[in-house]
Design a binder for this molecule. Structure first.
Ligand SMILES: C=CC1=C(C)c2cc3[nH]c(cc4nc(cc5[nH]c(cc1n2)c(C)c5CCC(=O)O)C(CCC(=O)O)=C4C)c(C)c3C=C
Ligand code: FE2
Ligand code: FE2
Length: 324
């Protein structure tokens, strides 16, 4: 721990999740999320009537039912695992670590306040997105800047942009796959499924697909996996516009139809398991695979609060506080 009043703290940031798995809870969360221009860039006079008139009333009750299928005793999986990460990183670093969500609770502002209360005048902001995207990482930056606007004293800041190529991140991912394979044997095929973004965002300069490609290449090397047994795709497509391709669902169906019997899927863009991994992949995509002739389907869990994941965060933070 640094000396008092001159110490650093860490703000871990993730996307956020509803407080309750109810239509009202989901509506509140989606409304904040989908009003962010970093996420949906459509002009407001066009988007707001669609959002308020169609998406929020129809999607909220539907998605609430999906959240109910993965909800844990302590709450939303994203929140449960994020809190465990916060505690484990604080234990490892022995400096204050706060949690803030871009949307919903706890807010980024409450995280900054908590660090201030603990005497931190230097803050490392770690958005838990290994691959940079304007829709996620930059959205954290925008929210942070907005919250700092009203603070009389701004802490000294370091902002971690991405870490997809950090060797400890890649080895943690590789070890998480090997752990599953030590128990169940190697699969016929490994698919890396990343959260998608609209193709137009990438065409306009978002480096996200390059970071996803880079992750897959580095992981293939770390696993010494023949490239014909491994590929990548994009999931969680939203709306009518074209998103990054290939889409996960179509890829999984095609793999089963080509004769792949055992498929393992990992989701390297997600720091913690959440609706998009536990429901969309482990339930919906599994069903697609089995219906198309597949036999065994495994979701390799996200890194969550694994020891190797926390050690990676510890080394990432330590690299960024050099000179403080
Ligand atoms: C509307 C456009 C969306 C973009 C662009 C987008 C990018 C993006 N999202 C994540 C990570 C997560 N997304 C999650 C849920 C989620 N995402 C969208 C839409 C976009 N995401 C919606 C509408 C939802 C809510 C669920 C739904 O209605 O389908 C989550 C999980 C949250 C949870 O509570 O479990 C995460 C995490 C990334 C990494 C990303 C771009 C790279
Ligand atoms: Fe609106
Ligand atoms: Fe998303």
């Amino acid at each position: 721990m640094n000396k008092d009043n001159n110490k650093y703290g860490v703000l871990l940031v993730n996307l956020g999740t509803p407080d309750t798995p109810t239509a009202a809870g989901v509506k509140q969360f989606l409304s904040q999320f989908l009003h962010d221009k970093r996420v949906v860039d459509m002009t407001r006079w066009l988007w707001c009537p669609i959002l308020h008139g169609v998406i929020l009333p129809i999607r909220s009750p539907k998605v609430a039912k999906l959240y109910q299928t993965v909800w844990m005793e302590e709450g939303s999986p994203l929140m449960v695992y994020s809190k465990r990460q916060q505690q484990a990183l604080q234990d490892a670093l022995q400096v204050p670590v706060a949690l803030g969500m871009t949307y919903g609770n706890p807010s980024i502002q409450s995280g900054l306040e908590a660090l201030k209360q603990q005497g931190c005048d230097k803050v490392v902001v770690l958005p838990l997105y290994p691959q940079y995207s304007g829709t996620t990482t930059a959205a954290v930056f925008n929210r942070l800047a907005k919250d700092l606007k009203s603070m009389p004293y701004i802490p000294e800041l370091r902002f971690i942009n991405h870490y997809y190529d950090h060797p400890d991140y890649i080895s943690a991912l590789a070890d998480s796959a090997k752990k599953v394979w030590a128990e169940k044997g190697e699969p016929d095929y490994l698919l890396c499924s990343y959260h998608g973004i609209p193709k137009r965002y990438a065409d306009n300069g978002d480096p996200y697909p390059d970071h996803c490609n880079g992750t897959t290449e580095l992981l293939a090397q770390a696993l010494a996996m023949p490239r014909e047994k491994m590929s990548m795709s994009y999931q969680s497509i939203f709306g009518r516009e074209e998103w990054l391709k290939p889409y996960t669902e179509g890829t999984i169906k095609a793999l089963a139809e080509k004769g792949v019997k055992r498929l393992d899927v990992m989701c390297p863009a997600f720091s913690v398991d959440c609706l998009e991994t536990l429901e969309e992949i482990a339930e919906q995509c599994k069903e697609v695979f089995i219906e198309a002739g597949g036999v065994e389907f495994n979701l390799i869990p996200c890194l969550n609060d694994d020891e190797a994941h926390i050690a990676m965060m510890e080394s990432l933070v330590k690299q960024h506080v050099q000179g403080w």
